[in-house]
Each structure stands twice: as structure tokens, then as C-alpha cells.
Design a protein around this ligand. Structure first.
Ligand code: S3P
Length: 439
């Protein structure tokens, strides 16, 4: 894994975006295809798999637990399922790199196994909070040690069986929900997870697609242990979180018109479209259809004048990964954009509120961080040198800012772009961004 601190992007100012683009596969669905495919009966054939470092870390971890996996080759992966009780003890620690999703979901999945495992990560992942999963898992009877401060490494000890719990999540987190549902597969009784706000539901959709019974209501999902999963074909749509950079770029750069193909538009993920539309963006959803239980569409975005808004709090979990890009849109909008209720952004791959406020200020934009959000006043953007803090989404958001800056932008620490968006630079150049790389 790169340390995220050596590759530098250089963006020449101005330009516009155009053409038909397909961004890489959805990260959340790709992770889940490996995890659930691994513990299913029979084969799971995946197309459109995201060959980014995060999902490859998940894939390698399941190989290290004896699962026979073919690929990835041009997005095709075949997982020969080992069954619910077919995983084997890994010989060494499982290194999950930069990937919080791998670590949190796998902690739930591994908590109920009859073997020990240790989960480690890179410098960023090693600072991220894990008690949000280990605490409820301990209540289920798991045996998990974290480092002091509740961070990785996580040492998971074998157990005979977990017991089901009813859990009200204190934060709206799909990672915590999914972790507990995966543990629930190995628990005696019915595990219920209540969420304070709706979060992405790819785990639930894939479990049901594989024939597992779930009970779902508005804010709660319940699962009973002891059934089995059946492998299935999975066509991973393009990741709306990666498409978001192009939605913002096309919105802010006059004369732009892009068509983003085959994008996942699961309603638990489309907050970015709602927020940009509230700001005045010209976004059309076309050719909507369903693929393997997930809604998919082509998204056409044309440039439009944007206005600042108060971002509605209910949209926060539905756009949680897209705020770095949305903040760049806010910097190009007329007036103030205010975000509250988003303290989770401070514990992502970086503190995204601080990282974005610092970078926008370098470009001459007024950006005032608060404990749970930010206020940004749109204005003229200059150039400058920005630190992405090794965070892929900070790097890509500032790359798009170049379309409206009046001078060159240099972005440091861009190695980790390949955790979620391999080929970003090539695709962005094809679309019209004047981006180059200094290694
Ligand atoms: C993810 C859930 C989100 C998101 C992350 C991927 C997932 O995290 O930020 O990039 O795949 O479940 P939280 O659920 O912790 O908000």
C-alpha cells in the first residue's frame, strides 16, 4: 500500500468536462461481494468489481482464510464459496491497508468464528475508531481486543457461538450495521439493529439476493442466525461516490456536459444528487433500471450556476462520502453553504472537515469549520499547494476545483486515490481536466 504522501497531482486552471464516462465499480458493493460470496454455498461470479486497493485488501484477506477466488481480471472475480463455516484460520495478521469498510465489516464476520484472527491497517486506519463495532460485538459474546484508544490492531479470539442482541446504534453507520448483521449470521437468536437515520443498505440487499431472510422496517433490520447463503451473479454498478467528482466538476465548469454511465443510484446513496440539485445543478437521471437488486441509471450533468444552501440534515448520511466534492461545489456557488450534523466527517480517512477547510482557504475561499460541519462562502478561486493528508477523496475533490481556479493547483499525497478510483487521472484527462502527475 502507498503511504499516501508521495504522488503529487498538478492541475492547470480552467477547462470543461465532456463525453460519456464510466467510473469504476462501487466500493461498498465490491467489498460485500467478496465477503458474502466467501461464506455462501456455491459460486459468486462478480463483474464490474472495483480493482482498487481497498477491495483488493478484502479479497486478499479472504484468500488468506483459504477461500478460492479467481481474478480479478478486468473486473471479473469468481468466488468459490466456502460456506458459513468454511473459513480457515489465517496464518498471519490480515492487513486491510486504508480500508475502514474491510476492517469494520470483517470484525463482525470474524467475531463468531472458531479461530483467532488479527486485523491491522495503515497509519490512517490505525487511528480510526473501532469501539463502535467492538462494543456491541462484545455484548454479543465476542472476544475482541483493541489497542488503547479503541483503535486497530484488533485481536479477535475464537468463540463457540455468539448471542443475538437488540442494538440501537448511537451513530448512523452502515459499517456498524453491516458488521452486526454479519455477526448475526453466527448468533443464536434474532439480532436487531436500529439506526438513528437511514444508511446504505447494500448488505441487506445482497443478503436477501443470496436467499437469506431479513426483517426490515424503516429504521430497523433483524436477522436470525444459522441459515445459509446461496452464491449469485453480481454486476457491480459504477460507484456514485466516484461519479460525484465528475458531477461536481461538470456543474462548476461552464460549457460542461457529461454522461456518467451505469451508476448505482440506490436511494441510500443519492444524497449528493439531491444536494447538488438543491444548489441549482442540472442533473438528469436517465435509463433507470435494476441490476442484481440494485437500482442503476445513466446520469447526465450540464454546467449550471449554483447557489449556496443549508444542507438538510437528513441528507447527511446519504451523502457522507461526497462532502469533499460538495464543498468544492459550495466554493463555486453564490453565497453561503452551511453543513451541520456531520461530525462523522472528522473520523474518515482524514479529518475531512479540517482538511477541506484548510485547502479551500489556501485557494482563497472563506471556509469556517465547526465541530460538526462547515460554512463555506462561494467566491473566486485562486491556485496554491494543498495537502490531501493521504485521503483519496480530498485529493480528487481538489483536482476538480482546478476547473474553476484561476491558477495552478498542486495536490500533495495522492497515492491513495487508487484505494477507490484506479485510473482517476486518465479518466479525468479524457473528460477534459488538465491533470498531470509528479511522482
Ligand atoms: C461504507 C459506509 C460509510 C462510508 C464508507 C463505506 C460502507 O461509512 O463512509 O466509505 O461500505 O458500509 P459509515 O457507515 O461508517 O458512515
Amino acid at each position: 500500500m502507498g503511504d499516501g504522501h508521495n504522488t503529487q497531482f498538478r492541475i492547470a486552471p480552467g477547462g470543461q468536462l465532456g463525453g460519456e464516462l464510466r467510473v469504476p465499480g462501487d466500493k461498498s458493493i465490491s467489498h460485500r461481494s467478496i465477503m458474502l460470496g466467501a461464506i455462501a454455498e456455491g459460486d459468486t461470479e462478480v463483474s464490474g468489481f472495483l480493482e482498487g486497493e481497498d477491495c483488493l485488501a478484502t479479497l486478499d484477506a479472504f484468500r488468506a482464510m483459504g477461500v478460492d477466488i479467481e481474478g480479478p481480471q478486468k473486473g471479473r472475480v469468481v468466488i468459490h464459496g466456502a460456506g458459513l463455516h468454511g473459513l480457515q484460520a489465517p496464518k498471519t495478521s490480515l492487513d486491510l491497508g486504508n480500508s475502514g469498510t474491510s476492517m469494520r465489516l470483517m470484525t463482525g464476520l470474524l467475531a463468531g468464528q472458531s479461530f483467532a484472527s488479527t486485523l491491522i491497517g495503515d497509519a490512517s486506519l490505525s487511528t480510526r475508531p473501532m469501539r463502535r463495532v467492538s462494543d456491541p460485538l462484545l455484548e454479543m459474546g465476542a472476544r475482541i481486543n483493541t489497542a488503547a484508544g479503541g483503535t486497530p490492531p484488533l485481536e479477535i479470539k475464537p468463540v463457540k457461538k455468539l448471542k443475538a442482541i437488540d442494538y440501537r446504534m448511537p451513530v448512523a453507520s452502515a459499517q456498524v450495521k453491516s458488521s452486526l448483521l454479519l455477526a448475526g449470521l453466527y448468533a443464536q437468536g434474532r439480532t436487531c439493529v436500529h439506526e438513528p437515520a437511514i444508511t446504505r443498505d447494500h448488505t441487506e440487499r445482497m443478503l436477501m439476493g443470496m436467499g437469506y431472510k431479513l426483517e426490515r422496517s424503516d429504521a430497523e433490520v433483524c436477522i436470525a442466525g444459522g441459515e445459509f447463503l446461496r452464491g449469485m451473479p453480481i454486476d457491480v454498478p459504477a460507484d456514485i461516490s466516484s461519479a460525484a467528482f465528475f458531477m461536481v466538476g461538470a456543474s462548476i465548469a461552464p460549457g460542461s456536459d457529461v454522461l456518467l454511465q451505469h451508476v448505482g443510484i440506490n436511494p441510500t446513496r443519492t444524497g449528493v444528487i439531491d444536494i447538488l440539485q438543491l444548489m441549482g445543478a442540472d442533473i438528469q437521471i436517465m435509463n433507470q433500471h435494476e441490476v442484481c437488486g440494485e437500482p442503476v441509471a445513466d446520469i447526465r450533468v450540464k454546467s449550471a450556476p449554483l447557489q449556496g444552501i443549508n444542507i438538510p440534515p437528513h441528507l447527511v448520511p446519504l451523502a457522507i462520502d461526497e462532502f469533499p466534492a460538495i464543498f468544492v461545489a459550495a466554493a463555486c456557488a453564490q453565497g453561503a453553504t452551511v453543513l451541520t450534523g456531520a461530525e462523522e466527517l472528522r473520523v474518515k480517512e482524514s479529518d475531512r472537515i479540517q482538511a477541506m477547510a484548510d485547502g479551500l482557504q489556501v485557494l482563497g475561499i472563506q471556509a469556517q469549520p465547526t465541530h460538526d460541519g462547515i460554512m463555506i462562502i462561494g467566491g473566486e478561486m485562486g491556485g496554491g499547494e494543498i495537502d490531501s493528508l493521504g485521503d483519496h477523496r480530498i485529493a480528487m475533490a481538489f483536482a476538480m476545483a482546478g476547473l474553476r481556479a484561476n491558477d495552478q493547483i498542486l495536490i500533495n499525497g495522492c497515492d491513495n486515490v487508487k484505494t477507490s478510483f484506479p485510473g482517476f487521472m486518465v479518466l479525468a484527462r479524457k473528460a477534459g481536466l488538465e491533470i498531470s502527475i509528479n511522482v
